[in-house]
Design a protein around this ligand. Sequence first.
Ligand code: G3H
Ligand code: 13P
Ligand code: ZN
Length: 325
Amino acid sequence: MALVTSDKMFKMAYKNGYAIGAFNVNNMEIVQGITEACKEEKAPVILQVSKGARAYANHTYLVKLVEAAVIECPEIPIVLHLDHGPDFETCKSCIDGGFTSVMIDGSAHSFKENIELTKKVVEYAHDHGVVVEGELGTLAGIEDEVSHAVGSYTRPEEVEEFVQKTGVDSLAIAIGTSHGAYKFKPEQCTRNEKGILVPPALRFDILKEVSNRLPGFPIVLHGSSSVPQEYVQMVNEFGGKMPNAIGVPEEQLREAAKLSVCKINIDSDLRLAMTGTIRKFFAEHPDKFDPREYLKPARANIKELVRHKLKDVLGCAGKADECKD
Ligand code: G3H
Ligand code: 13P
Ligand code: ZN
């Protein structure tokens, strides 16, 4: 099947208590690792491309890689989404260039300016059959090239006006997740009985209030990597230095997916799996220099990590058929 929008996926995810995985793609191995797992697990998927990814790999290469995945995986619905679109021009370029979904991230602007910008993108996108994600509230960490030292939670009292005035199809909210591999400082965490650092809980009260105000409306969570400690340890064991890398506990994401959260963004976890695997490979095979030899296990580990997310975190394994238009 051709690329689709996220319309049907979000309807089914909302109704049946799961979320669609939105994974960032930057090269062929990442596209393959993600989509091979989705194909085998019969899961719908959103492949997303950031401004940084377009600068790195080039728009055309990324679109063609995703189109190749569509040909290789005809049995699953695939969305091609712009992640953190910074302005109207970038969104327009992606809408004109084959994307089926865009995010306009106006969260750094005032509420009024965010509405104006988002509305402009929605009008253009909807005229071209493309859906739009907006954002209210800011996440701590790095949003593409915009770095926020501290985030601010979404204000539930703003969401109805924002959705009504902009016409967005989904809304990213800030409830305590953040981008990157260092989401929480150790001093923000408590230790459990095994001595493992447990981060503060996500603000489910805000999520529930947003959902009460927007019944049936799909909510998006960014910054939702869980920073698997097995890969942090692998990085650190084989020459890396990532002290105190802490992510969002997977059980909390599973809970969010059962509520109104229909899209969960995961990027850093895949980066960690890839980097840890490559570091290990080089440490164990210092004589090797063929990129295929170290990218192959990296791709395989991305695939297994995505499989785990689909089955155990997002709950969207086996849902491909019901998400087809
Ligand atoms: O939220 C940002 C995504 O993880 C993309 O990151 O800007 O480094 O491509 P990037
Ligand atoms: P992570 O850094 O937690 O993977 O978040 C990715 C993201 O939100 C992409 O938009
Ligand atoms: Zn994000």
